[in-house]
Write a protein that binds this ligand. Structure first.
Ligand code: ADP
Length: 312
């Protein structure tokens, strides 16, 4: 796996999909996407942006209208498909099977011997938080538990590349954290992860790089910090000693959000030192000082404004 370092684990060029033949709906419009081996890459965008269609074309599950797709240096096809794990957006498993049976089935399809399937299966169920639940029928599982089985299923053949379509969907915050940690563990083990999400919070903690899709097109790609950090402003989170902030800070702050005694607001970078001192002198607890990052929604609305501005 180390030999792939620097190489591209996933490469998509000029991917296009028109549903419903010529004159039909263009869901993906000439998308390029590259993921270096051993990275965690986020395919980010609102619902309907074309993420699932792009991933399914990559895996050979949707016929592309145009484009070339390769994984680990090989065009997408049956031989390379065996080295890729996939979590579909809505994983379906026969409800009368148990989680262990699902893993056995997928392991056999991947050509793994039974003893190995059993030991890997046990290990994987523990890693996705289903320890001791392997013999329960899936009809008794919650949505979040099924999502965890889906993730275990994607990993049973020890793939070199893992494609996860909306891995956090159906999971509670603890489940989402478990999956984030699992993705980081995979990366540390040299596995390449490509995940899609419509939520920035899901990708920002794990992705080295993102590709942002909007209405079937790539609207940006790169390191999240470069794309979303707001130049010149810092976000401060402080726990209150009183119900109002000192007046000097009120004069500087923007983007204010209050929850109980916790205040989050942004100030110009140049004022950070002074603001921190004032908070400290007034008995506030400073919980974090980080570069201000815009939300994906803000990012998209700014982009729209910029585009409209250019037209006018
Ligand atoms: P995302 O994963 O970003 O939510 P999708 O790839 O699922 O986006 O969908 C992109 C667009 O293509 C959407 O407008 C969706 O309605 C449309 N679409 C997806 N699948 C089909 C299909 N089988 N037939 C027609 N339109 C589809």
């Amino acid at each position: 796996m180390g030999s792939h370092t620097g190489a591209l684990a996933v490469e998509i060029r000029g991917a296009a999909k028109r549903y419903g033949g010529s004159g039909g709906f263009v869901a993906v419009d000439h998308v390029d996407l590259a993921v270096r081996a051993g990275r965690v890459h986020g395919l980010l965008g609102p619902n309907g942006a074309g993420k699932t269609t792009t991933l399914k074309m990559l895996l050979g599950l949707v016929r592309p209208t145009e484009g070339t797709f390769s994984i680990l240096g090989e065009p997408t096809g049956p031989s390379v498909r065996a080295r890729v794990g996939f979590l579909p957006e809505q994983p379906y498993f026969p409800p009368l099977l148990t989680a262990e049976e699902v893993l056995r089935l997928h392991g056999r399809l991947a050509g793994i011997d039974s003893a190995q399937i059993a030991s890997r299966g046990r290990d994987l169920l523990a890693r996705v938080g289903l320890e001791g639940r392997g013999t329960t029928r899936l009809s008794k599982y919650s949505r979040g538990m099924l999502q965890r089985v889906g993730i275990a299923q994607a990993l049973i053949a020890e793939p070199e590349v893992v494609v996860l379509d909306e891995p956090a969907s159906g999971l509670d915050p603890v489940g989402q954290r478990d999956i984030r940690n699992l993705m980081l563990e995979l990366r540390d083990g040299g596995v390449t992860v490509l995940l899609s999400s419509h939520q920035l919070s899901e990708v920002e903690a794990v992705c080295d790089e993102v590709t942002i899709l909007n209405q079937g097109r790539v609207s940006a790609k790169g390191a999240i910090d470069d794309l979303l950090n707001v130049a010149g402003r810092t976000s401060i989170r402080a726990r209150g000693a009183s119900t109002t902030l000192p007046a000097e800070i009120q004069a500087l702050m923007e983007d204010v959000a209050v929850s109980g005694s916790v205040w989050v607001f942004s100030v110009p970078d140049t004022a950070v030192r002074a603001v921190v001192d004032i908070l400290d002198d007034n008995g506030w607890t400073i919980e974090s000082v980080v570069p201000k990052r815009q939300s994906l929604e803000e990012y998209f609305s700014h982009m729209l404004e910029t585009t409209e501005g250019e037209v006018a």
